[in-house]
Write a protein that binds this ligand. Structure first.
Ligand code: SAM
Length: 248
């Protein structure tokens, strides 16, 4: 429904999410700019500065889509002349990864720095203790079982490894939340229709944001997966939040 939440059977959710991103893959990057008025670039830059990669950082970027986080990681590694760093981008949708690979070639990235692998965040195709950093940006709310995603993050990280999640969240101020809801529910699907000729996928994106757990509840979920020193930080008054934790 337009203003309410859509009830999606669990096993249908994955298929539905897949279709959404298959439909939007080509327009995805443009729509990000249009919908967030360009602000997603600052959130993502800040997210990587928060990760502050060092020499030997082996990053797994889950639900990495068209590579926005991975590319920022590569820029950081090159700017700071870090040694022995690598990023693996994984996503359930090969269309998103294909767009990402084309972008990466156009940016002349050193192919030793980046790998692309199709995979489900809930059943990652990697061995235990493989990476020392894990990022997921605007991806976890699309997953059916958040607990499985978090357990998998924990499994593939080495002890000492860091988990970082950037996700849409909830505003602290209820009046601001009301205004934000008006923007999201009324304006975003219209922008989707105007820019990408698609209404439904953008309506779905807005609904998925509203249904995602609040900051403190999600923090508890990260802790339940085994992570320690879990903290979160709100950006733009809670429009998005970054959750951080360590596998100790
Ligand atoms: N991280 C990228 C960014 O910030 O630009 C892409 C975010 S995009 C909003 C969400 C991505 O999550 C899509 O590429 C989608 O295919 C992916 N996705 C959805 N469910 C997934 C799952 N279960 N496992 C892995 N990726 C998934």
């Amino acid at each position: 429904t337009h203003f309410g939440f859509e009830v999606v059977e669990e096993d249908q959710k994955q298929e539905k999410v897949h279709k959404v991103f298959e439909n939007v893959a080509q327009d995805y990057d443009v729509m990000n700019d249009v919908m967030s008025l360009g602000v997603h670039r600052f959130w993502k830059d800040y997210f990587i500065s928060k990760l502050s990669p060092t020499n030997n950082t082996k990053l797994l970027d889950v639900a990495g889509g068209t590579g926005d986080i991975a590319f920022r990681f590569i820029n950081y590694v090159q700017n700071y002349k870090l040694d022995n760093c690598h990023v693996t981008v994984t996503d359930i949708n090969s269309h998103m990864l294909n767009v990402g690979q084309i972008r990466s070639k156009a940016l002349h990235h050193n192919s030793d720095l980046i790998d692309w692998k199709e995979g489900n965040a809930e059943h990652l195709p990697f061995e235990d203790n493989t990476f020392n950093a894990y990022t997921i940006a605007f991806g976890i709310r699309n997953c059916t079982h958040i607990d499985k995603v978090l357990n998998e993050a924990y499994r593939v990280l080495q002890p000492g490894g860091r988990f970082l999640c950037l996700e849409f969240s909830h505003l602290e101020n209820s009046a601001a939340q009301w205004m934000y809801d008006q923007y999201s529910f009324q304006v975003i699907p219209i922008l989707g229709q105007l820019v990408a000729q698609q209404w439904k996928p953008y309506q779905y994106l807005v609904e998925s944001i509203r249904q995602f757990p609040r900051q403190d509840i999600f923090k508890n979920m990260v802790e339940e997966a085994g992570f320690r020193q879990v903290v979160y930080e709100n950006l733009t008054f809670g429009v998005v939040a970054i959750h951080s934790g360590f596998k100790l």
